[in-house]
Design a protein around this ligand. Structure first.
Ligand code: KIV
Length: 278
């Protein structure tokens, strides 16, 4: 008898995501914690445990300080509750650039210790060889071109890409190289619509846009951005909630109730059982 357990909910697979090229748009969001992954899971094709966790959850100024251990810990949390979506884990800065073998060792650790199905790397000019090496050894890879947050110290800031002809050529070449090397999909971040459409037409794998127009095969946002957790929203984000405002109001009401001794009331209080008379 097979030792494999049949889960009631079937998970989206890497080939299914790859097959969505030009089809129904891929719906993707970031997730870092178990409760949020549980809420997002029924709605999403892909949950990305992005290294944006460093900024969103840990208050870092950028993603450079994120470690492999952080990614594994958040990946494990997401995998405990995400049952349907494909879970992709970002490889943090410094964990894959030294060469294909180091990248494989770290990527294998991520897949083994989290149970996630794929990893993502920011696809700079030298990374195609590493993507091929990983894919040939059983590690599904999502690429990431355009604005590459891990290159912030080279770029000097988070800057949209593709404004010059030279940049456009570079982004297109990086996307084509990632696709040729076997990536199953590619995040396109912070580029003008014309370049997003050019990249999408040039590669035979789905492009997943963030700040990259409707010209991509799917969309991803940082969940906390679209839920309004921050007081600043980038141009490319549409806010679907005001959780920052809602949380502030709720906590303010609770604090006022505590100060006025309205909380806890009887309904929120345990009482000792009355002694049974015998
Ligand atoms: O880390 C992240 O959240 C990402 C998304 C912006 C795509 O890479």
């Amino acid at each position: 008898m097979s030792a494999q357990r049949q889960d009631a909910v079937r998970r989206v697979t890497v080939p299914e995501v790859a097959a969505r090229k030009g089809g129904e748009p891929l719906v993707c969001l970031t997730a870092y914690t178990a409760p949020m992954a549980e809420i997002l899971d029924p709605h999403c094709d892909v949950l990305l445990v992005g290294d944006s966790v460093g900024m969103v959850v840990h208050g870092l100024p950028n993603t450079v300080g994120v470690t492999l251990e952080m990614m594994i810990l958040h990946g494990q949390a997401v995998m405990r509750t995400a049952k349907r979506a494909l879970v992709v884990i970002d490889m943090p800065f410094g964990s894959y650039e030294a060469g294909p073998q180091a990248a494989f060792e770290n990527a294998a650790r991520v897949l083994k210790e989290t149970g996630a199905q794929a990893i993502k790397v920011e696809s700079g000019p030298t990374i195609a060889e590493t993507i091929r090496y990983l894919v040939e050894r059983g590690v599904p890879v999502m690429g990431h071109v355009g604005l590459r947050p891990q290159a912030v110290n080279v770029d000097g800031a988070f800057k949209a890409k593709g404004r010059t002809e030279d940049e456009r050529t570079r982004v297109l070449a990086e996307a084509e190289a990632a696709a040729d090397a076997g990536a199953f999909s590619i995040v396109v971040e912070g580029v003008a619509e014309s370049l997003a459409r050019e990249v999408t037409a040039a590669v035979d794998i789905p492009t997943i846009g963030i700040g990259a127009s409707a010209g991509c095969d799917g969309q991803i946002l940082v969940t906390d951005d679209m839920l309004g957790m921050f007081d600043w929203t980038p141009k490319f984000v549409r806010r679907y909630a005001d959780l920052r405002g809602d949380i502030g109001q709720a906590v303010g009401r609770w604090a006022a109730d505590v100060r006025a001794r309205r909380f806890p009331a009887e309904a929120e209080t345990y009482f000792a059982r009355k002694a049974v008379e015998g």
